[in-house]
Design a protein around this ligand. Structure first.
Ligand code: FNR
Length: 207
């Protein structure tokens, strides 16, 4: 069985007033491109996430969903993916926009995780969405089409701050690090709000 949950990006910081065990956040990146701005953004967010441990769950090897090939016949990668997401406390989507919607690779992963019927890995998991584009609109269409799925999937999705990141080609250096303080500050604000959102939308547990 091929493990598709690759590589780790993690940061576990305790913040005053928060639980001591970091919440584990599955990060789904909606681009498979080697030089993806979305992946750069995901990695930058991981370094600005108080009390959270972010892990990119890879989605590129999931076969296109076919209901006839699920259940006992499911591709092994489906179950690896589902188990991986199930084990996480929350989910963060970082995605480009394709034709004013979410990329097919991300929708496919969402569909895979939603089945078999009654066994969705998404239900009740606190979520957040960041869309990113070299264009000025910042992937607004992808962001909201994705949010439409999340309503149906019973993912409590953080409302504010919204994150439509435009001008992506100007935001990162050659190593993928953020180049300006304004974006860094916004990313930190976004993740701080998400950490609070996860706490507010997670049933009480022992520390
Ligand atoms: C795009 N791109 C794009 N950009 C945008 O702002 N709105 C859009 O609707 C689209 N549509 C679109 C469709 C397809 C098929 C491709 C390949 C690209 C451009 C896109 O934002 C750009 O390629 C990003 O760099 C893709 O994100 P990553 O791969 O850098 O994360």
């Amino acid at each position: 069985m091929t493990r598709i949950g690759l590589p780790w990006i993690s940061l576990a910081r305790s913040v005053a007033g928060m639980h001591t065990t970091p919440r584990k956040v599955a990060v789904l990146v909606g681009s498979l491109r080697a030089g993806s701005f979305s992946r750069m953004a995901a990695k930058a967010l991981a370094g600005l996430a108080p009390g959270l441990e972010l892990e990119i769950v890879e989605i590129g090897e999931l076969p296109l969903y076919n209901q006839d090939k699920d259940g006992a016949d499911a591709p092994p990668s489906y179950n690896v993916f589902r188990d991986h997401v199930k084990a996480m406390d929350a989910v963060l989507f970082v995605t480009p926009e394709y034709n004013r919607s979410l990329p097919a690779v991300l929708k496919n992963a969402i569909d895979v995780g939603s089945r078999p019927y009654g066994h969705s890995v998404w239900s009740g998991k606190p979520g957040a969405v960041m869309s990113i584009s070299p264009g000025a609109i910042g992937g607004f269409g992808a962001n909201h089409h994705l949010r439409q799925c999340l309503v149906f999937l019973n993912v409590p999705a953080m409302q504010q701050p919204e994150a439509y990141i435009g001008g992506a080609a100007t935001l990162f250096d050659a190593d993928g690090a953020l180049v300006n303080d304004g974006t860094r500050k916004f990313f930190a604000t976004f993740m701080t709000a998400f950490a609070a959102w996860i706490e507010a939308n997670t049933p009480a547990r022992s520390q």
